[in-house]
Design a protein around this ligand. Structure first.
Ligand SMILES: [Zn+2]
Length: 113
């Protein structure tokens, strides 16, 4: 476990929702590449999420995005991120980490048309 960073868009078996990891993709959001959520954990390890390309979203997450319900989306993501990356992201950083990720997603989203 010497990796200094990880990439959130690294589906092992096909695309998944980038917000909650649901394998049933409903929409794709074009976005510019960005790096978010950079922090150093208590062990001195630097962590960051590198976002590359489009963000995939399941139907439920798409509904939350389209409704601008970012707090609800954040809560939903925290639960699934904890299950998926729990050992890599200390609990006290998780909310801050995902909030930053979602904020940068909003800032780097590209118009579909
Ligand atoms: Zn989702």
């Amino acid at each position: 476990m010497n990796r200094r960073e990880f990439t959130i868009n690294e589906p092992a078996s096909g695309p998944i929702c980038d917000f909650c990891s649901d394998p049933r993709i409903f929409a794709s959001y074009p976005a510019k590449d960005f790096t978010a959520g950079q922090f150093t954990n208590p062990q001195g390890k630097k962590l960051a999420a590198n976002s590359r390309g489009d963000w995939a979203a399941c139907q439920r997450c798409t509904e939350l995005i389209e409704a601008g319900r970012w707090t609800d989306l954040l809560e939903r993501s925290i639960i699934t991120f904890k299950a998926k990356y729990g050992e890599r992201i200390p609990a006290q950083f998780l909310r801050q980490f995902i909030a930053d990720l979602h904020r940068q997603f909003r800032e780097n989203r590209q118009p579909v048309h």
